[in-house]
Design a protein around this ligand. Structure first.
Ligand code: ADP
Ligand code: ZN
Ligand code: MG
Length: 480
């Protein structure tokens, strides 16, 4: 059978670090980084006898995440010990949730390969603590443990095996990231590991109703490697099956450099963890009023923002979707419109030049260095005719390099548009004289020659001439 006769099945377990001020079971700072072992106390260092106390904010944030993804919130939930040894986990168990997670049975909507809406089911969302970190000595002289991250609060969002391609998995994870950013429970910095996924992949023959055996790749924290890893792993499994072999349930490690997976260990089962209810914590009881209150305080979510952009600003479906996919781009859009009223232009600048520069600089939208007010000012300068859009492109570049009031930028750089009639005429006459062929073309009926002449004039003035005036005046002069 060919590769095309198989279907890929993917399920993700997404871990998101919550941005509460303090850790999940103690009052240590939950800030990222810091000198090794400076955000620690007896509780998160697992000193015998130290007792955990559950951080209320962690519950609130997890409930927010559950409500934003259509989950039902459990009014009766608890913590459980998940026992395993790992050098960065001095307690030798993680405090997680086993049979009574906080949130159950939700979904998010993505677009499938054909652009149709598709629901990806969420089995559960539970809370748990993060492990510390091992710093491996690069010369092989051992490893040092840093417990600053031990006890950082996490939610784990477990999807159903509903995704059918690497691209769908990517879209699903992007959707989750966007929602978590909107509800402000996680900063989702993948490069700092605050959003990562265990990626489960299996394959089956198209038409089969039973799932194939899955393998799992742990702790993946970039969209690119997730897509590559799923594609590689699916192909590997198809090869195994096609050659008469069997896929075993294992945990694998994806290696970005060699572009392949390696066996880490055989799969452990839930029973290997010897889960039992955490005796040092009371169960979590939530009232209807509590849940209702969290629900009423949820901020606007991407989908409803998108609908609003269609109605309020008349944006296209695509532009509204792209803008609202990122809370930061969408906030920039709204902030800009507080200062200027040109919604279409604002959307265009954000989705074209600003997005392109972010891409080139490999920056995230929350790292945009200039303010909405500065962007609004630039759009006003275009609308008033003070600068051309060619100059505005340079202003945007400058705003990334050295953000300040665009009015000051154009003054300092001498980028103010030439709109003086006398000056424009002078340029037009000069360009006409230097380009007899184009003039002849135009007079011979080739209207497009005007475009070339305007282009020459823009070049001559380094983009500063008012293109509308140039156009008009060329036609005027050449019709004489
Ligand atoms: P564990 O923690 O042991 O990995 P979980 O039940 O927490 O088990 O997570 C299982 C994950 O694997 C879920 O995201 C689920 O969607 C996914 N999954 C389960 N079966 C398959 C399968 N056959 N193919 C792909 N993914 C699967
Ligand atoms: Zn602590
Ligand atoms: Mg797993």
């Amino acid at each position: 059978m060919a590769k095309n006769d198989y279907e890929i099945v993917v399920g993700l377990e997404i871990h998101a670090e919550l941005k509460t001020k303090t850790k999940i079971f103690c009052s240590c700072s939950n800030e990222f980084g810091g000198n090794p072992n400076t955000h620690c106390c007896p509780v998160c260092m697992a000193m015998p006898g130290a007792l955990p106390v559950l951080n209320e904010k962690v519950v609130e944030y997890a409930v927010k995440a559950g409500l934003a993804t259509g989950c039902s919130i459990s009014k009766d939930s608890k913590n459980d010990r998940k026992n395993y040894f790992y050098p960065d986990t001095p307690r030798a168990y993680q405090i997680s949730q086993f049979d009574k997670p906080l949130c159950n049975n939700g979904y998010v909507e993505i677009e499938d390969e054909d652009g149709n809406k598709k629901k990806i089911g969420i089995l559960r969302i539970h809370i748990e603590d993060d492990a510390g970190k091992l710093n491996h000595n690069e010369f092989g002289a051992g490893s040092l443990v840093d417990l600053n991250r031990a006890g950082a609060p996490l939610i784990e969002i477990v999807s159903l095996p509903d995704m059918r391609s690497a691209k769908e998995a990517e879209r699903y994870m992007k959707k989750i990231k966007s929602i978590l950013e909107y509800i402000e429970v996680s900063d989702c910095k993948m490069q700092e590991g605050s959003l990562r996924a265990d990626v489960n992949v299996s394959v089956r023959k198209k038409g089969d109703t039973k799932f194939g055996t899955r393998t799992e790749m742990k702790g993946m924290s970039s969209f690119r490697s997730i897509v590559r890893a799923i594609e590689y792993e699916a192909e590997r499994q198809i090869d195994v099956i096609e050659n008469g072999g069997e896929v075993f349930q294992t945990t694998l490690r994806w290696d970005d450099i060699s572009g392949r997976t390696f066996l880490m260990r055989d799969k452990e089962d839930a029973q290997d963890y010897r889960y039992f209810p955490e005796p040092d914590l009371v169960s979590i009881r939530l009232s209807d009023e509590y849940i209702e209150n969290v629900k009423n305080n949820l901020p606007e979510l991407p989908e409803s923002r998108k609908q609003r952009y269609l109605m309020e600003y008349g944006l296209s479906e695509k532009d509204a979707r792209l803008l609202t996919a990122s809370k930061y781009l969408s906030d920039l859009f709204e902030g800009t419109l507080k200062e200027c009223s040109n919604a279409k232009a604002t959307a265009n600048w954000i989705l074209s030049d600003i997005s392109r520069i972010l891409n080139e600089k490999e920056m995230e939208a929350d790292q945009i260095p200039f303010t909405a007010k500065e962007l609004a000012k630039m759009i006003e300068l275009i609308d008033k005719g003070t600068i051309s859009s060619a100059i505005a492109k340079k202003v945007i570049e400058e705003l990334f390099e050295n953000p300040q009031d665009p009015e000051i930028i154009i003054k300092e750089k001498g980028w103010i548009q030439i709109s003086d009639e006398g000056a424009i005429r002078e340029i037009v006459l000069k360009i006409i004289e230097a380009n007899p062929q184009s003039v002849a073309d135009y007079k011979g009926g080739k209207d497009r020659a005007i475009g070339f002449l305007v282009g020459q004039a823009m070049k001559e003035t380094k983009g500063k001439a008012n293109p509308g005036m140039l156009n008009k005046m060329f036609i005027e002069e050449l019709s004489k």
